[in-house]
Design a protein around this ligand. Structure first.
Ligand SMILES: N[C@@H](CCC(=O)N[C@@H](CS)C(=O)NCC(=O)O)C(=O)O
Length: 323
């Protein structure tokens, strides 16, 4: 989703995220501080100190919401949900049945929150954002790092005893998160926002090669890094969950549906059926958000009625993988 960006503290809608070949490039995230358990980073993990700004449509923000649920951090970290539509002025927070007014610093737009953290900010204004109420600044706006902080640094405040970054799997988890990032998590956006046939073709071919590969791996093991649910699964889930409803049609990632992959589809159902994943899933909201916000690729803003997806159907993932 793209609207404007901030240059030296000024909002502009006059920019293009594509290069001359029509390839969509993501701009690196800029707030990269870290909350730590001991506070040595300058940001100590403490209850009620931090706030998350998210959109329920956004797959990157979705990672952080799932982690917050899995760790049982709901009372520790508060959340604001952005309005359904990402408009010309970027994400906005107002009180509607589907979004929450911004009650922490009492600002309407996410860009105002970025400016409060850095009046000369240059970069995209994206969710998720982890805000520190104590020092009144953005700690971090990179989903992968926020997810990791909630998992590791907030562990002593967690009310659920689950570790998604276990010591013996750490290298594998990092490698896997990296391996799925470019071709799959970002790959759907590269396809959807490409402005040349060549760039679109390349993104789609790469995307489906990687989906195929992970489908095979998941025929031999239950989760991406083996027999244990990890952060890497959270990262893949957020993309797979949106795939058949949004990326297949709106972004033209349509060589196959996730439903057509025996293992990816059953894996997706299994994760969806975990209560802490399910409460973060809002398919109707996210469909409307994508189809109505992305006027560049869907100018009439129609929202398709289908497909009807039975995420609650039984899955086959509790089978024996050693045979
Ligand atoms: N690198 C960021 C990317 C986040 C991102 O692209 N968020 C999108 C929503 S899905 C956004 O806020 N876009 C607003 C914009 O580009 O103006 C992360 O993983 O946290």
């Amino acid at each position: 989703m793209m609207t404007g960006m901030m240059i030296e503290g000024k909002w502009t809608t006059n920019w293009n995220a594509r290069d001359q070949k029509g390839v969509y490039n993501s701009i690196p995230t800029t707030f990269r501080n870290y909350v730590s358990a001991d506070g040595k980073s300058g940001f100590k993990a403490e209850p009620s100190r931090y706030h998350l700004y998210v959109s329920l449509a956004c797959p990157w923000a979705h990672r952080t919401l799932i982690m917050r649920e899995l760790k049982g951090l709901n009372q520790v970290i508060s959340v604001s949900n952005a309005d359904l539509i990402l408009g010309e002025m970027g994400w906005r927070f107002s009180q509607t049945p589907e979004s929450t007014a911004e009650k922490v610093i009492h600002l309407q737009y996410l860009k105002e929150i970025y400016l409060k953290a850095d009046p000369k900010y240059t970069g995209r204004v994206t969710v998720p954002v982890l805000w520190d109420k104590l020092t009144q600044t953005i700690v971090n706006n990179e989903s992968r790092e926020i997810m990791r902080m909630l998992d590791v640094e907030f562990a002593s405040l967690a009310t659920r005893n689950i570790d998604l970054y276990p010591y013996h799997l750490q290298q594998k988890i990092d490698k896997t998160i990296n391996a799925i990032y470019q071709p799959i998590n970002a790959g759907v956006y590269h396809a959807g926002f490409a402005t040349s046939q060549v760039a679109y073709n390349e993104a789609v071919i790469e995307l489906f090669e990687h989906l195929e590969r992970w489908d095979k791996i998941l025929s031999q093991q239950r989760y991406l890094c083996g027999e244990q649910l990890t952060e890497a699964d959270v990262c893949l889930f957020a993309t797979l969950y949106r795939f058949d409803s949004v990326y297949y049609s709106l972004f033209k990632c349509n060589l196959q549906r996730i439903l057509d992959y025996q293992n990816l589809w059953n894996y997706l159902k299994e994760l969806y059926q975990i209560p802490e994943f399910k409460v973060t899933c809002h398919l109707q909201h996210l469909k409307r958000s994508y189809y109505m916000s992305m006027t560049e690729i869907n100018p009439n803003q129609f929202v398709p009625m289908g497909p009807i997806i039975h995420f609650d159907e039984p899955h086959d993932r509790d089978r024996d993988y050693n045979v």
